[in-house]
Design a protein around this ligand. Structure first.
Ligand code: ASP
Length: 339
């Protein structure tokens, strides 16, 4: 029987058209173009249904509400399709992929996010290949995880990050190998793919308050004290190298103390694209250790943010959330013992 894929179209460059103020998504435009693509009638292609979001969004406008909308759309159609493709803008695709990986526990089918750097309406567009290959991968059903297909590579969603604003190879997965490569043939790397789940459980997110704070030379943490309120649930601290921060006279310890009193979880990730935060390697990370932070190891900032949203949307206490942040839940973090 012919396979069936559900394509959830949320917006992004892939279906955008020029306007006086720059590219914008246009309702029905991509659906019309796809209906005219001869590729979709080829025998090796699955049948597809397109679910178009209203309004279609530039992904810079995506938030927790839209993540929930995508998760619910998959949940409601889960048993009707062999796999799912989510068409999405590239700007926040890695955040959405990370969020969906936590939201969709126990996946048995592929959920493949893709988009393009050049709109479908332009002659040199990369939309066609990204769309067709993502649909084929979703139909094959052999990658039961949330993943991101772009320019010839299938990456784990919560390991991916946007690298380039203008190259066609827009994404990379710096701390985890590709799940598949699409050259002349689509070659899967089964050893990198997560095992199939047994039953889907969907955990929608609450719009809790999360902050990302990037450390830089000369930072005065006192400036940020105002954001440390009881309402702030988590902070991702992007530290230097292996998790290092500037000297002790800049207000960091007071900030961490206030965060601790408020129950805010502080997660330390590295600013480096590759490698892992390892608090305690250098004396320059000792204040963090004393401040009771948790280590994000080799998680991307996108994954750490999404994981905080996920954990704070569950019925967990602070200690449980801190422990879970340092554990691998969906393939987002390499076991620190193995690093
Ligand atoms: N601004 C666009 C978006 O993220 C960029 C893209 O799709 O490539 O929606």
């Amino acid at each position: 029987m012919r396979k069936k894929v559900c394509i959830i179209y949320t917006g992004g460059t892939i279906g955008m058209v020029p306007s006086e103020e720059g590219y914008i998504p246009r309702k029905d435009y991509l659906a019309d173009q796809m209906a005219r693509m001869p590729e979709f009638s080829a025998p090796e292609m699955p049948d597809y249904d397109l679910v178009e979001f209203d309004p279609l969004l530039d992904s810079s406008k995506m938030s927790v509400g839209e993540w929930n909308q995508i998760g619910a759309a998959i949940r409601d159609r889960y048993f009707d399709y062999d796999g799912f493709v989510v068409l999405h803008g590239t700007d926040t695709m890695a955040y959405t992929a990370s969020a969906l990986s936590f939201m969709l526990e126990g996946l048995e089918k592929p959920v493949v996010l893709t988009g393009s750097q050049i709109p479908f309406c332009e002659i040199r567009s990369d939309a066609r290949d990204n769309l067709i290959t993502a649909v084929m991968i979703a139909a094959q059903g052999q990658v039961p995880e949330v993943c991101l297909y772009f320019s010839g590579r299938l990456l784990r969603g919560n390991r991916a990050t946007k690298l380039s604003a203008d190259e066609l190879i827009a994404f990379d997965s710096p701390n985890y190998p590709a799940l598949a490569k699409a050259g002349v043939r689509i070659l899967l790397s089964p050893q990198n793919i997560r095992p199939k789940g047994t039953e889907l459980r969907v955990h929608l997110f609450e719009p809790v308050q999360i902050a990302v704070l990037k450390v830089f030379p000369g930072i005065r943490f006192q400036l940020f004290e105002g954001i440390i309120t009881e309402g702030l649930k988590g902070i991702v601290l992007e530290a230097f190298g292996a998790g290092n921060i500037p000297g002790e006279d800049n207000g960091l310890l007071q900030l961490l103390e206030k965060a601790r009193e408020n129950g805010t979880v502080v997660v330390v990730c590295t600013q480096c694209l590759r490698g892992s935060a390892r608090i305690g390697t250098y004396e320059a990370s000792a204040p963090l250790q004393r401040g009771g932070v948790v280590c994000g190891y080799d998680m991307t900032v996108e994954a750490a943010v999404a994981k905080l949203y996920y954990l704070f949307s569950q019925d967990y206490g602070q200690a449980q959330i801190k422990a879970a942040m340092e554990k691998d839940l969906r393939g987002e973090l390499t076991d620190p013992e193995a690093l």
